[in-house]
Design a binder for this molecule. Sequence first.
Ligand SMILES: *Cc1c(COP(=O)(O)O)cnc(C)c1O
Length: 397
Amino acid sequence: MYGTVKDELAATLKEIEDAGLYKRERELTTPQAAHVGTAGGSSLNFCANNYLGFADHPDVVAASRNALDEWGFGMASVRFICGTQTQHTLLEQRLSQFLGMEATILFGSCFDANGGVFEVLFGAQDAIVSDELNHASIIDGIRLSKAARFRYRNADMADLRAQLEAARAGGARRVCVVTDGVFSMDGSYAPLDQICDLADEYEAMVLVDDSHAVGFVGEGGRGTPELFGVMDRVDIITGTLGKALGGASGGYVTSHQEVVDLLRQRARPYLFSNSVAPAVVAGSLAALDLVSGSSDARETLQANSALFRDLMTDAGFELLPGSHPITPVMFPGEDGARQAAEVADHMLAAGVYVVAFSFPVVPRGKARIRVQLSAAHSEADVWECVDAFVAARAAVG
Ligand SMILES: *Cc1c(COP(=O)(O)O)cnc(C)c1O
């Protein structure tokens, strides 16, 4: 019986609304792309994780469409019962090769990968040392393990050392440093070279969630371990197929053979959840082919990101420093949250889709509009976005 629960939930919803935190979904009437249709008309899209423009890439779509005929629609099974097709194994092998690791295990999402990995590898005798800005799925995954938890200030190596010291002083058996490769609100990188040095000093493993990097960061698109020259030093990488690599769904853990073998035996989101859909596996394989076959999309993405940064800086906007296609345009101070929200609304009305973030998603006084560049954008699209920022700033004041 629903009873008084109805009113209680309605009150909670009202609290969310009153706090200005109610999230409304804007329906797209088209595929995900640089230009999308919405009920209000056509928009230039600068808020998707479609970094390489593969979400509607003809090769990816064709591979996925062919897979429907060749491999069917659904698996209707977990992997270990009757849910592993040849192509699931192939995708795992291809990810291992691409990322330079021994073995890979697919999950339904990176959220699931992070939800499964910690509990299997770390118990009450162990310690996990985690960056304070790590993704929600890492935080939840760590909570599911019984390991002692230590948190360090974002990318702060002195604090990481202090926390490693504390973990070792507590007599931990295994210690693992856990970080996002890229922090999604800032577009900043975890300093993986220094993290690996400290981990070596304290005999700790290193786990990197590279969801916002795989496919486009680093010379070959192999992610932040490649960018920092530590591909042979990171022990565990988690990542998503739901961003640059086609953007459909699916995640993975890639690591040492024993880690992956044990995850296949014990990881609960792997054992008790359906296999990644055949058409998604095929599309992801096609996306990996594109990434490893050519650097064109990566170069276009870098050029667009650099152009946007240059033009916005020239126009007098304050950007967080960096080079990642996540480009935060800052609206600091007391009134920043309102300004950012109004600028974003104004831009949307002008056909440029960007999203403002304020407290509690980012620290108080650090409101921003997070612009995400894509290889699918043309130079003209980037100019149009900058022009829309300038016009919106003038209108909002
Ligand atoms: C997007 C993201 C995830 C979640 O990936 P899904 O495959 O969509 O579940 C996990 N971790 C990080 C760092 C992310 O950016």
